[in-house]
Design a protein around this ligand. Structure first.
Ligand SMILES: Nc1nc2c(ncn2[C@@H]2O[C@H](COP(=O)(O)OP(=O)(O)OP(=O)(O)O)[C@@H](O)[C@H]2O)c(=O)[nH]1
Ligand SMILES: [Mg+2]
Length: 298
């Protein structure tokens, strides 16, 4: 493809409080599932790149862990990752949620972004859940905190006004030919995607604190090309014996249903049949163990 004149390309960091819909927005903008999405806070744990290429611009979107008050070492790393990613973006897209008032984390983020000498946009997400009366004061406060940024109300869920967000972000990118081949859409390996999807299914299935102290590690990923099949063996790491029992469930039913949901989605995403073998292991204190966190890519 010949690059049109005035083509724009660059890095765009999606930043925001946990649960505002950054990963949903990423998946929508990329047009494929790249990052796990769940109704629970602290779903995203690492930096995830998704690439959107259209006829006018290429955005290398960086999804980040949500900002929150960290307690465990894992959470401190997540918040540190998010801060480092802010430094990477040539454009910062600060994401807010329209269904809640502006919180301390939202304010702190907008102040930080306002102080950066970089173009920024504020995406006010989840407008499908907010009335106009609720949205207006939020937009006003956001504007006061970061006057340089255009504020774009959107719904990542319904797709409402995303064209406008794409237009605004594209215009803020530097003129440049595409930085990545047009068919690339993520920096995640298939192993990493598998870990994200399995973890997403655990988050969706389990209650209380289990999701926050569970990790997934793919131990083996074998191709059987002639059968169009991948065999994946993954470890589900939990912090307590009681959690292990709950993840496995009576007669192994919970684990089976997590595995089935993950397998179906992975088959769709990776375009081949998947054999998925899941094991659950207790590792006490893993969320506070720097060496283990590093091994898990956190
Ligand atoms: N109604 C509605 N729900 C949304 C919208 N965008 C995201 N959600 C929901 O909000 C929840 C959180 O979405 P995520 O995309 O995981 O949020 P996040 O900001 O990536 O969260 P962390 O990774 O935990 O920081 C999920 O249940 C989404 O389905 C939206 O525009 N409208
Ligand atoms: Mg996320």
């Amino acid at each position: 493809m010949e690059t049109p004149e005035n083509y724009r390309a660059g890095f765009v960091t999606l930043a925001g409080r946990t649960n505002v819909g950054k990963s949903t927005l990423l998946n929508r903008l990329v047009g494929r599932k790249v990052a796990a999405v769940t109704p629970r806070p602290q779903t995203t744990r690492r930096r995830i790149v998704g690439i959107r290429t259209d006829e006018r611009a290429q955005m290398i979107l960086i999804d980040t862990p949500g900002l929150h008050q960290p307690r465990a070492a894992m959470n401190r790393r997540m918040v540190d990752t998010a801060r480092r990613c802010l430094a990477e973006g040539e454009v910062i897209a600060a994401v807010l949620a329209a269904n809640a008032p502006l919180g301390d984390e939202d304010r702190a983020l907008l102040e930080t972004v306002a102080a950066l000498a970089r173009p920024a946009v504020v995406a006010v997400n989840k407008i499908d859940l907010a009335t106009r009366e609720r949205l207006m004061p939020l937009i006003k406060s956001a504007h006061e905190l970061i006057p340089k940024a255009e504020i774009v109300p959107v719904s990542a869920l319904t797709g409402e006004n995303l064209d406008e967000l794409v237009r605004v972000i594209s215009a803020l990118l530097p003129e440049s030919p595409p930085l990545m081949p047009g068919d690339e859409y993520t920096d995640q390996t298939e192993r990493m995607l598998a870990e994200e999807i399995i973890r997403e299914k655990i988050f969706l299935a389990m209650r209380e604190e289990i999701p926050f102290s569970t990790a997934v590690q793919v131990e083996d990923f074998k191709e059987e090309t002639e059968r169009n099949l991948a065999k994946i063996r993954a470890l589900i790491i939990v912090e307590r014996e009681s959690h292990k029992g709950m993840v496995i469930g009576a007669g192994g039913r919970q684990l089976k249903s997590i595995g089935t949901a993950a397998r179906l989605e992975l088959e769709e995403m990776l375009g081949r049949r998947i054999f998925l073998e899941l094991h659950v292991k207790v590792e006490k204190g893993w969320t506070g163990d720097p060496r283990r966190l590093k091994e898990l890519g956190l």
